[in-house]
Design a binder for this molecule. Structure first.
Ligand code: PEP
Length: 267
């Protein structure tokens, strides 16, 4: 039985005062919940604030990105060691926004802007290995654009992203990795992926992982769904056998809606 995870990706929201209020709200609502790992991923500027607020609760802290080097001349970047020192135990890697694969505004995005965000399959792989080596649990995001889905490329895109992310990773480390299936067209759009289809793609991800490292390791790995998860669609999503929880953006920005998702996953 895999323990579900509900991870809140606050993205570029919440100054320190707002982050403290939101974190306290989540702690009050679900701070001692059993049977679900709860992870808050505030912006880097609020990591230590949130770490303070969740002390004494079961809630864990995650970062939204990291760099693979330990230290050095990498202006603006944060290492795994720095995240650990803020109290993080999780880190999101390769979110579609970091890969420059924005859903709703994809058409408007120029190559130059894509480079600003810049993650590639190769950088995701390096970040994943550095996170594992440091003892952080990576939540690796994969998912297709709407144009790729319409062209019938979903399975190929997702499988390729999973294989590239895991390239060269020790098979024994696979159960320590979390993969989030996040169809780009469903992120922040209110358009949730059909639960059976999300389940199918999460099952495909587990099959790809099984081909790499064996079925028993793949069975132990948590595969999340992300993309417009809300209190009114969580029950159907979480009931799917291949979906082990959610990576949540918008609905994680209000303590009561995020708590409803946590409670649904913990049932
Ligand atoms: C996300 O940020 O990973 C996400 C899935 O966002 P939202 O829940 O708002 O679609």
């Amino acid at each position: 039985m895999r323990t579900p995870i509900m991870a809140g990706n606050w993205k570029m929201n919440c100054d320190n005062e707002e982050a403290a209020a939101l974190a306290k709200g989540v702690v009050d609502a679900v701070g001692q919940v059993a049977d679900c790992q709860v992870v808050l991923c505030p912006p880097a500027t609020a990591l230590t604030t949130v770490a303070e607020c969740i002390k004494g609760s079961k809630i864990q802290l995650g970062a939204q990105n990291m760099f693979w080097e330990e230290k050095g001349a990498f202006t603006g970047e944060l290492s795994a060691k720095m995240l650990l020192s803020c109290g993080c135990s999780f880190v999101i890697i390769g979110h579609s926004e970091r890969r420059g694969r924005f859903g709703a505004v994809a058409e408007d995005f120029t190559e130059e802007l894509r480079r600003v965000f810049g993650d590639t399959d190769a950088s995701v792989n390096r970040k994943l290995k550095a996170a594992l080596a440091a003892g952080l649990t990576p939540i690796v995001c994969v998912g297709e654009l709407i144009s790729e889905r319409q062209a019938g490329m979903t399975d190929a895109i997702v499988s390729d992203q999973v294989r590239a992310a895991l390239d060269g990773v020790e098979a024994d480390a696979l159960p320590d990795i979390v993969i989030a299936y996040e169809p780009v067209w469903a992120i922040g759009t209110g358009e949730v992926c059909d639960a059976q289809e999300a389940n199918r793609v999460c099952g495909l991800i587990r099959k790809v992982v099984g081909d790499i490292g064996g079925a028993s390791r793949a069975e132990a790995m948590r595969v999340l769904y992300g993309g417009s998860v809300k209190p009114d669609n969580i029950d159907e999503l979480i009931a799917q056998p291949e979906i082990d929880g959610g990576l949540v953006g918008g609905a994680s920005l209000k303590a009561d809606s995020f708590a409803a998702l946590v409670n649904a996953a913990a049932k």
